[in-house]
Ligand binder design. Sequence first.
Ligand code: LLP
Length: 422
Amino acid sequence: MEYFTYRDGAGGRELFAEDVALSQLAEQFGTPCYVYSSAALIDRFRAFRQAVGDALVCYSLKANDNLAVVRCLGGAGAGADIVSGGELRRALAVDIAPAKIVFAGVGKTGGELADGLDAGIGQFNVESEDELHLLASLAVARGVRAPVSLRVNPDVDAKTHDKISTGRAEDKFGITFDRAEALYARAAAMDGVDMVGLAIHIGSQLTSLSPFEAAFSRLGDLCRRLRTTGHSVSRLDLGGGLGISYGADAPVDLHEYGALVQRTGRDLQAAVTLEPGRWMVGPAGLLLARVIRVKENGNKQFVIVDMAMNDLLRPALYGAWHDIQSVAPRPGDEAPVDIVGPVCESGDVIATDRAMPELRAGDLIAVRDAGAYGAVMSSSYNSRPPAAEAMVHGGEAALIRPRLDYDALLARDHVPDWISGP
Ligand code: LLP
């Protein structure tokens, strides 16, 4: 499953996205530009689904919410895991069946819950007693019953980056494990609520199976306890979190993960739902950028490119490592350089001391594994219009989110007429 490969041509080796040269995409759409492979998206979805058996795979839109991406996955059979009214609209806009939509998140508002009920979504993952009462009252007012899973906090350390760990007791997510049983019982007696099961999500970019095992096993204990007290627990939502390899780190084997998921569902005789985001889209996208200039400061070589932390925040926010390739590598030895963006912060660094072939002004680079948590986390910091997004399909390419032009960027603001100008 390799969709971004070098091909030899008259001008030397060049990186392609499926059958399209990245240099052609840079000409066509400008840089910086996210490039996604539709074949990679679909193949990854199929591989994942095959590994997890008959689980309902709800793609987590927070990883990449571009309508073209969501439609590709929806067309291949994915449901959607959403966390906001905006993501709900996106999932519905590309015809994901409401029954295959799961609504998660600690801060769902009354308006968002009402929208979910009105759309008839398949599951609300409730994260607090307050949310439960609000949802129940909205459902009663509409004369419907909300299908609810309780998201519990299993107090398991996912052993991933601190900022993306979500299943420890001190994290804001889920219902305290010890209180979950009593709350489930209260919820089961409420009007407007159908208790369908339990949900967990312990973190993102997990690179070991053992935290999953620990969390699934705690969830299993709770499920059994609830059943012995007469409650029905028909569904288990095992969350997302499966990590990918950004280079050095070894990912969890998909088939071992799939076997664990299938075993958990079988042992507990429950229908399983999953919420993968990163695994599905991360490796299916890259960020294409152009070198603006190369500059030496002391004994450091800085390669200044036209993408920055406003386009891809992960290196600045998490110290994340992304593989970076020269699109048309120049022959010769590699040398260490710092690859940096134009934003006025020292933290706007994409890679430090990275061995790269010689790079000159005008050359293109590809920042790999940027399909997840790339474009969605972009901003217009420094009044930089965020990167465009393109998708390839064999030898075809389409712009799937154009770059805002400066007029559109400025048009988002309104200057009240009581502000006197110069
Ligand atoms: N379900 C829930 C409830 C979540 O909170 C998340 C991710 C997922 C599913 C999907 O997890 P995945 O399969 O993608 O690991 N911006 C960070 C990642 C934040 C993840 C937040 N929650 C990053 O760039 O690494």
